[in-house]
Design a protein around this ligand. Sequence first.
Ligand SMILES: *[C@@H]1O[C@H](CO)[C@@H](O)[C@H](O)[C@H]1NC(C)=O
Ligand SMILES: *[C@@H]1O[C@H](CO)[C@@H](O)[C@H](O)[C@H]1NC(C)=O
Ligand SMILES: *[C@@H]1O[C@H](CO)[C@@H](O)[C@H](O)[C@H]1NC(C)=O
Length: 971
Amino acid sequence: MNKDKKLLLYTISGAAIIASAYIYFKRRKMTTEQKYSQIFSQLSQEILSFKQLRQSNYQLKYDKLLYLATFDENNSQLTLEEQISFSDIDALLNQGACSKEINPGGCYYECFDCSPAKQENDQALNGIEIDVINQIICEECFKAQGHENHRIKRHEEPNIVKAYCQCGVKDLIDRKCFCNKHQGFDKIKQLYEDQVFKQPKLWKGVEMFLVDSFYYYIENVSTLMQQKLNKKLDENTYNQKIQGINYFIQLIINKINEILELNPLSIYLISKLLSKPFDKPISFQIKRSSEGKYPQKYIRLILKQKEINQDLTILDCLLLSYEVISDSTSELLSKLLHSLATADEKFSSILCEKFFRMIGFIASIQKSQDVWIYKSQLPTFIHVIMEKIFIQSVFDHLLNTLGADIFNPIEYIAFYIENQFNQSKLELNHIFILLPNVCFDMFRQVKQIKSLMQRYPKELVMAINNLNHALFFNNAMGFKDQFIDNQFIQSHYNTIYNSFQLINIETQLIDAQVFIFQAIKLINDEELTKNMMAITCKNFKEHIQKISDLTEKKENRNENFYTLSIASFTILPYLVATSEKKIFTKASIQNFFNNNFNFKCEEEKIKFMQCLRKVLSKFIFFNSGQLRGFLPFLSDLSAEIQEMVQQFIQYMNNPGYRIYDIYILVSSIILLADNNSNITTLNTQPQKLISLLQQVDSQENLFYLYYCYVQIQQMLLDSTPLFNLFSQKLQLFFPEECTSEDTQIKKVIKKNIEEIIVSCIKKSDFQKMNFNDLKEICSVYIIDQNMIKQYSNEVLDQEESKEFIFLQKQYDQKLYTRHLLRANIEDISQVIKNQALKNKQSNEKYTFAGSDFSLENLFPYQQDIFKKIFFEEEYIRQIINLYFNTNINICAKKSIHFFLFLLLKLLTQKDQSRIFNLQERIQIEKIIKILPLSKLQEQVIANKQLLQQQLNNEKFMTDEIFEMLKQLNQD
Ligand SMILES: *[C@@H]1O[C@H](CO)[C@@H](O)[C@H](O)[C@H]1NC(C)=O
Ligand SMILES: *[C@@H]1O[C@H](CO)[C@@H](O)[C@H](O)[C@H]1NC(C)=O
Ligand SMILES: *[C@@H]1O[C@H](CO)[C@@H](O)[C@H](O)[C@H]1NC(C)=O
């Protein structure tokens, strides 16, 4: 046997000691059992007053205990090591799993055809792709198996944390896809059963020894906790005991590891014993509290009178007292748990379940303001949970054993954000980074969401809204007044830093909400849809009212803030789409609100609309002048901070996260939702525009003004929010409009995507590119790569070699700027300028709206916003009057100029019968009448000089405005 002799090293000499000890006890009429308990008790006393120097002594004693536990008079010619060892090495050849660690920077593979989870979800998803990693196969195993003709993906992640090759693990990889070196665990399991059958006494002894070890450990931990609660210990004593406790558990784990090395089959012995309750009385107990609200749902009790407790397994007890476990112990324990979960699928389900239970009460422990409690924030074995959580059988186990407690981790995150976040320490927080991966995996499998919606729809919606609520108020920038000094910047620096960590939660929470609606559509069950719509609408209403009220209270206390979280609004577009089944129009949006919210009277509806506008206006973009406005101040500070703020803005605009998209589409929906309000109602962008125009006195207000106008343009012109929110799902949500032949909507979609492709290429200015380059360029604006592919033929030609693609000639001078509006405005101006310089000779005009601009190419809801804003006579009159005001600042003039441009675009298209009905055309005539056309022409010419010194694009705009005015004047 070539096993490393370091194993059981103390026990080799120990054998003789034990044999003599045995005789000694016998003489003293002490049974082995009694002595065994006596030594255990002594050992625990000694360890609890842990002394570094005595380590070998502890180990010797501990080894003695194992000997006593397994001592067999009839078998004394074999050493314990020999008895435990599994000698038939050949039988284990090529069995088990790989478990090779993937190093940062290393690569691994995923095989679609070998992943049970992928295949199951693929059917349900009906062609929609979601990007989630379900497998890790190391290079070696991947090559050994070959995966011929399989659909595979190669991953390379420089920042990977704790990933192990899963070849040989049957829940994660189809058995027929194991490489020949890792044939899984079936044979090992069989051998284990045989072994227990052959040596029952030995293995009973080992089991007893380990169970007792845990028993002493747990009981000593609970005693210690009780003493601390009763304040019977000073901090030093407590810490020393904690050190001893950690030594104790490490002793146990190391012994288990020794046994496993001698005998790999015994892994099943370990997983079984951890999953069983103690048969002796213990002092831990868990009580469900009557209030039942997180984090007080469960209370951990430490009983004076110990009781036999069938509800708590050994594993439960370990996790219940996890706060005493140090980082290094946690590391050691997770390695063990990882091996157990890899070999034993039943155990991996149990481990996930216990983790979810643990998360159910750790908050109440952390809440106990205890300064010297050991706060290991999350157990290291969360990596094991992350690896297994999406498996269907694990999910089924969780749902059956936990019920609605399956939402514990989501509730915990919400609680944690609300209570711990304010401390704003600038360090990496694993709760923000890792826990979301456990919370939200069940939302990626349609079958799992379906079970959740069937069994716990209310709890599901509420758990999500709690987290929405927590993010709304805590992922926020507070300010007392507008005064910007170093302290202000520093506090915002912290907020932004922490916000970066919260991104992970924010985006996964948004995704989860999107997945829920996607699943509703895919499942397509009338009853379920109806039920979910009723519950989500009711909850959405309550949620918005609640945060609106709280916001108001804060504002009354002069606690102003901007929130960086938009997650609360995620579902609104999907609710409207699910209810109305057509691409948004003013009518469908209003219909949705009337039909789904059970407003008792008109006042209630008006009040709710106010709440919606109020809550949305707290989002940082509504005042994004503020966000961009303090950039220049920060630039004095450090390059690092500036870089971070820049990155932050990029994150906000990234289509993959959908933050901008939700904000813009929801703003549009809310603007159209209410027939009672005109556009000068409080907290809408058009209202903000005019109130800012009336008070352009400070530099700060000019920022606001500028970005306020940009936002109106984004709503009116940018097509990408709708595409990104319904990426790959247009047909799912809008089946009639998107599948039947030749609908108007289909034409609009096609036209817009083509324009996006053209503009992205123009912006990138690539000389040569292939299809992957195109995808890359477009991904800054739109996530749906399939659409890009589908429509690229219409605007691109291929080189003969088929290697490179390029724009068709007809697009040489075109630029459809409106689809790029999510980018930084300065960047867009640059694109326009470059394009204009390139095509100096052309008659093409380059403006923000883009070439060939026509209302016909907009989505219906955008046309409706055009009408809503520009049909309001009083509003138009006021803005035009401001244009003639000589006191008004040049920047304000610039904004009015933009406004005028879009107004004239609408007015000059009055003959488009597809867009305007008779009544609307009459309204247009009315508006034209109130415009002082000739006077405006003069003013435009006068301003041209002024504005020409500014940006190039505005020069073109002046020309176009002038021409449109002329045209209207002639008509
Ligand atoms: C540890 O727990 C065991 C079992 O309850 C007990 O016999 C032993 O005395 C305890 N040790 C200490 C130091 O409290
Ligand atoms: C040893 O073997 C004898 C006879 O086979 C049996 O009676 C006895 O119980 C055994 N002792 C133990 C400790 O198993
Ligand atoms: C818009 O509504 C407000 C009240 O909400 C009203 O005071 C105002 O006169 C209205 N403006 C127009 C142009 O109708």
